[in-house]
Write a protein that binds this ligand. Structure first.
Ligand code: UDP
Length: 241
């Protein structure tokens, strides 16, 4: 086993990635593939792993606001969606024999433990994957910001943001075959370049203020998450360049 470069890592998994090819809702077969990969990463690297799920595959507050549903209500619905995703991930990780705990920043005691920092740290020390759902617990925020905030609070040394493509490009690689892959991107460019939309500006700015590196990579690429944790240059590193 290679000694991992990063010892405690937070992985932000967008709701979109839990929908598989369906585009909406939850695809258990696809999430099982993701879970199997995460179990492999944990056993190969022994890094402590925290997951923050998004909720966009089920609900985004902004999409229902001003249509008779208050934006704040829509946002709480979005936070509940992250808990639905977290519950699915928890069961699929556990069905792959990976001890996992679902914690939530929104109170839903019947299905998730309340998020308590010291409890999350204790779970990590015991080799459990910790899923922190419920976003930040307040409206008008995103799970990207919740991910960076949790990573800082739980002393993570890396945030991984999986996407559909292998990192950040100077234009959309899906529509432009000439798009150039960028192995490293400065925080300031990630914030100011309108073509780089991989993570919310507020999340990148919080990472920048606290010198927390972010690696963007493709979710099911060839052991990309494991290789990133081991210190190999995969995807795109967002940091001070
Ligand atoms: N949300 C919120 N506060 C938070 C996190 C999320 O209000 O701290 C709501 C917001 O409506 C958001 C939705 O939950 O649109 C789903 O989260 P997000 O859009 O970040 O999910 P992703 O795009 O990663 O799937």
């Amino acid at each position: 086993m290679n000694q991992p470069k990063y010892k405690r890592v937070l992985i932000k998994i967008s709701g979109e990635q839990l929908a598989g090819d369906r585009g909406y809702g939850i695809d258990p077969v696809f999430i099982d593939q993701v879970a199997k990969q995460l179990v492999e990463v944990e056993s190969q690297t022994k890094a402590q792993i925290i997951i923050v799920p998004g909720g966009g595959n089920i609900m985004r507050g902004a999409s229902v606001a001003n249509k008779g549903i208050d934006r704040a209500t829509g946002d709480y619905m979005g936070m509940m969606a992250t808990i639905i995703n977290g519950a699915a991930l928890t069961d699929l990780l556990e069905s792959n024999n990976q001890p996992t705990r679902l914690l939530s920043r929104l109170e839903v005691d019947s299905i998730a433990e309340p998020y308590i920092r010291r409890r999350a740290l204790r779970h990590l020390e015991k080799g459990r994957i910790v899923i922190v759902a419920g976003g930040m617990g307040n409206p008008f925020m995103t799970t990207d910001t919740a991910a960076v905030s949790a990573a800082l609070e739980l002393n993570c040394d890396l945030v991984i943001k999986p996407t559909k493509v292998d990192g950040v490009y100077d234009s959309d690689p899906v529509s432009n075959s000439e798009a150039r892959h960028l192995p490293r991107v400065d925080y300031l460019r990630a914030i100011s370049d309108e073509k780089i939309t991989v993570m919310d500006n507020s999340a990148v700015s919080l990472a920048m203020d606290n010198h927390l590196p972010i690696i963007v990579l493709d979710l099911l690429g060839d052991r990309k998450i494991q290789r990133a944790i081991e210190g190999e240059a995969v995807g795109t590193l967002i940091h001070s360049v």
